[in-house]
Design a binder for this molecule. Structure first.
Ligand code: 6PG
Length: 265
């Protein structure tokens, strides 16, 4: 992992959000010139909210015209439910971007958490197959996959010790039962994420420091730290983290490619 991942450490959560916005915009801009369908898979949880709000507040920094927005995972709840990742993204940016004409609803592909989980996974796999023109067993090559990381080292809804970690190479989207949450989830598989052109983790807060250390420099234990499964086959992997989340990373390790001391440096 460490040999492949770029790790950039920033002073604050705000600096991480700004760096993520710039990095995604650059990747989408580059893709824009090469393909008619440009794709960005959103992370759920709370960390990306500020990033999404910044896109709604300043849409001109991103090339929206060919962008198709996907989701990396979803809770198995209706779209209006308080736990829905789609609802978070809709309230943070999707409604505003649609209203402003940048991102019409037909270019937003939500996972249908309201369906029975297996049906929801199959439905999303069909959506992606149609969007990317996939043959049987093929993985979509998403331009940018945004990921968060839990304090247990999970990412998307790839939780420690859950069956989604054992998805088959041809599985694109699976349903996953997470015992500790007593909840079902829908998630892109690690195989799908690793087919992406660029994967960007955004990880902030001291609560993530122990898991981030294990994921980046700990022993390989993908069942215990599923974020270790993320290793793009032919793509860039970057961790954008704040100092609090990086607090337990050994500074001497060569993988830290940048330490940004923020504006007041
Ligand atoms: C989800 C996410 C999940 C999230 C991490 C971090 O549906 O919850 O996709 O993988 O990124 O749990 O969540 P926070 O950003 O809230 O810490």
């Amino acid at each position: 992992m460490a040999g492949k991942a770029r790790v950039e450490v920033f002073e604050s959560k705000g600096d991480v959000a700004a760096a993520a916005a710039a990095r995604v915009a650059a990747a989408i801009d580059a893709a824009q010139g090469r393909r008619e369908i440009v794709t960005l898979a959103l992370a759920g949880g709370s960390t990306p909210r500020a990033l999404y709000q910044s896109w709604a507040a300043s849409p001109d920094g991103m090339a929206w015209s060919k962008l198709h927005v996907l989701f990396g995972d979803e809770r198995c709840v209706p779209p209006e439910h308080g736990d829905s990742n789609y609802r978070m993204a809709r309230e943070a940016m999707l409604d505003a971007l649609a209203e402003a004409g940048h991102l019409p609803a037909e270019r937003v592909f939500r996972m249908k958490g309201e369906l029975e989980p297996r049906a929801g996974a199959a439905d999303y796999a069909r959506e992606l197959a149609a969007l990317f023109g996939l043959g049987a067993g093929e993985q979509p090559r998403i331009d940018v996959v945004l990921l968060g990381m839990g304090d247990d080292g999970h990412t998307a809804s790839l939780f420690p010790g859950t069956r989604a970690l054992d998805a088959q190479p041809g599985d694109v989207v699976v349903e996953n039962y997470v015992e500790k949450l007593d909840a079902h989830r829908l998630t892109l598989t690690a195989h799908c994420i690793n087919a992406a052109r660029e994967v960007i983790f955004i990880v902030t807060g001291e609560g993530k420091a122990p898991a981030l250390r294990e994921v980046l420099v700990g022993d390989r234990d993908e069942q215990r730290y599923p974020s270790q499964l993320v290793a793009p086959t032919d793509g860039q992997l970057t961790f954008l983290v704040d100092r609090a989340a990086a607090a337990e990373l050994p500074r001497t390790h060569e993988y830290i490619t940048r330490i940004d001391h923020g504006a007041d440096a």
